[in-house]
Design a protein around this ligand. Structure first.
Ligand SMILES: NC(=O)c1ccc[n+]([C@@H]2O[C@H](COP(=O)([O-])OP(=O)(O)OC[C@H]3O[C@@H](n4cnc5c(N)ncnc54)[C@H](O)[C@@H]3O)[C@@H](O)[C@H]2O)c1
Length: 359
């Protein structure tokens, strides 16, 4: 397992006490890093995942700890009665990249609504604290910049991104109202673009797209002019933020932005990636997808004041680690166990020297 050190000055969730923690979507990109962090803190972790976009390989090494259990389950189906008593639940289950969440928009809307409801019901039954992975997408194409938690967003209710954006907005409402009605401690992170090892090489997000294209010597695809901005947070910084947020007091707390406030244009990201890889890929431009946000930058004043949190890893350093991971994945002929990922087979054929024995 590609190990990353998580620093958490607060000691993290229930530091010093062994807790039983459920993580939905724990075999995905962020979930696997969260599970790794929780196990390292001495907690017992139960991961629920249907492997829609996650992979058992992401968490396989955690089984050796004796404190990690992986259960294949779709959280749209209630699960409260199948779990032992637990203390905390982190709800991360939901495909996060547009090509994945748009494949079945109705399923995405239901994961955000029914899936979140099932997490809350389970938390109520077990008297557990609940964390929900919300997103900067709830701000839509923002008219306020940078985005503060007080901004209510500019979101299309019926566009191709709505199943995710509106689903995540509804999940925040449910978390708030259910939490109040049943006296639960709820914590919500509005996550801004996060990258790092264990993103899927073919998941269609801008960082993974650029890195894979650069490593394979293919054209770098920029949608729009490349002047649109994003703020990229390295995964270890984000997981530190999750732990601090979950550990913060017992009182009511609204959703909190977690992300890196350094704003980068997509064109600049393409340049840094090609320079770091040493690739001669050329940039090609394609039309911007519908409702694609033009600007994205978190105002993290709340996270700084309440959690003492701010990101530490600079973009160039985080990209170097991520590029090294993707390089290794491509060399080992990355294949998804569920569907064989034919697109990655094609990518590997484009540079046969990168194809090795399957992991
Ligand atoms: N990575 C980011 O930049 C980012 C930004 C904003 C929000 N988020 C949120 O963080 C969470 C994790 O994102 P990620 O980047 O790790 O994505 P990911 O796609 O790698 O992980 C999602 C995980 O959820 C699982 N899953 C999907 N539907 C499920 C279901 N019905 N039942 C059980 N498991 C299911 C997938 O198999 C996968 O393991 C998501 O909720 C996402 O919306 C991520």
């Amino acid at each position: 397992m590609n190990s990353i050190t998580y620093s958490c000055a607060s000691g993290g969730v229930g530091a010093g006490t062994e807790l039983t923690v459920v993580v939905t979507g724990g075999a995905g990109f962020l979930g696997s890093h969260l599970c790794e962090h929780l196990v390292a803190q001495g907690h017992r972790v139960i991961c629920l995942d249907n492997f829609h976009t996650g992979r058992p390989a992401n968490v396989r090494a955690l089984a050796e700890s004796g404190r990690f259990e992986l259960i294949e389950h779709d959280i749209v189906v209630p699960f409260e009665s199948m779990l032992p008593r637990f203390d905390h639940i982190y709800n991360l289950a939901c495909p996060a990249s547009p090509p994945h969440y748009q494949t079945d928009p109705v399923a995405t809307a239901l994961i955000c609504s029914q899936g979140t409801y099932n997490c809350l019901q389970a938390a109520k039954r077990h008297g557990a604290r609940v964390f929900h992975a919300s997103t900067s997408e709830i701000y839509g194409d923002p008219e306020v910049h940078p985005q503060t938690e007080g901004y209510h967003g500019n979101v299309n209710t019926i566009g191709p991104r709505s199943c995710y954006d509106e689903g995540k907005r509804f999940a925040e409402t449910l978390m708030t109202d259910f939490g109040k009605r049943h006296g639960l401690v709820t914590r919500m992170a509005r996550i801004f673009n996060t990258y790092g090892p264990r993103m899927q090489p073919d998941d269609g997000r801008v960082v993974s797209n650029f890195i894979v294209q650069a490593l394979l010597g293919k054209d770098i695809t920029v949608y729009g002019s490349g002047e649109q901005t994003r703020s990229f947070c390295f995964v270890s910084d984000l997981i530190d933020g999750f732990a601090r947020l979950m550990a913060n007091g017992d009182g009511p707390l609204g959703p909190m932005n977690l992300g890196n406030p350094v704003e980068t244009t997509v064109g600049e990201l393409a340049r840094i990636v090609t320079d770091t890889v040493g690739s001669r890929s050329k940039v090609v431009y394609k039309p911007l997808p519908i409702d694609d946000p033009r600007r994205r930058r978190p105002d993290i004043a709340q996270a700084k004041a309440v959690l003492g949190w701010s990101p530490k890893v600079e973009l160039a350093a985080g990209l170097r680690r991520t590029i090294a991971y993707f390089d290794q994945q491509l060399r080992h002929g990355y294949l998804h166990p569920a569907n064989g990922r034919p697109d990655m087979v094609q990518l590997s054929r484009a540079r046969p020297e990168l194809v090795g024995a399957a992991p």
